[in-house]
Write a protein that binds this ligand. Sequence first.
Ligand code: 8YV
Length: 328
Amino acid sequence: MSAGRPRVYIALPIPDGALARIEAQCAVERFRGDGTPSRDELLAALAEAEGVLGSAQLQIDAEALASSPRLRVVSNFGVGFDNVDIAAATQRGIVVCNTPGVLSDAVADLTLGLILSLARRLPESERFVREGRWLPGETMTLGTDVAGKTLGIVGLGRIGQAVARRAQAFGMAVVFHDQRQEPPADAGFCAYRDLDALLSESDVVSLHVNLTPETEHLIGARELAMMKPSAYLINTARGGVVDQAALVAAVKEGRIAGAALDVFEREPLAADEPILNLPNVILLPHIGSGTVETRSAMLDLAIDNLLAVLRGERPPCPVNLEAVGQKR
Ligand code: 8YV
């Protein structure tokens, strides 16, 4: 370990108690703006930092890593790590960590909320009341039941499994596809399908994969064309998993019934994005893990990860285990 207290860059807002935990062990530099720091600010901070704590939206690519000679740990406040060039980090002995597990229930809850919202037309019904259209004799178009319908889960990791359990409690049949695994031995509670079969069989398709070169635009025009015209697509994973332009076209032309998205190819969503004009698409501002309890548990785990690496210990949740212990 380097002499003195390691320098850490905190690239997201954190409460005083969490800050005190880090300051007890580290010299802290903080980003105090909204959102994420500019590229220039990030590069300037990384020139000196041994650790960085940032959201899963903070872009730490090969160039940023190359200009971080002292960096030993990137601690992501989130389970996704598509924002970090893992191969480049590993090559430089930089440990990348994430926060799996603690957010699975929150993301799964939101996913079920979206499934029910689409099926029962909740946003549309709410607008019906608020806009004064609920008049004598005026009724809403009926929704559909979820019980007895089939949910296709793409990516049966922790979050996918949490979604599967909830959907089954609502009476849905669940099938899954997972690129990393054939049916796992313990997935007896839902049946494996290849992706095309899942798409054509499911009434709701829900995405729970990491964004990687293999999953980028996993759902494009071809895949959307395989879905039932009555089916819904849910994405609470990463925007890049879906070809957003193809989705807009499919919904507009009635080739699928609708979609619910918590994530987008570019975030925040620009004011002129065509998807904003589709009434049968629910749009949320990336709030999958956004509960007080879950965000607090994520921050605790992200700090545990950060401090463990800086103490020269194995962190609770390394993404690239092979980098642990390489750089001291
Ligand atoms: C967070 C996320 O929204 O866990 C992830 O991968 O995308 C989210 O939980 C994000 O990291 C917080 O800004």
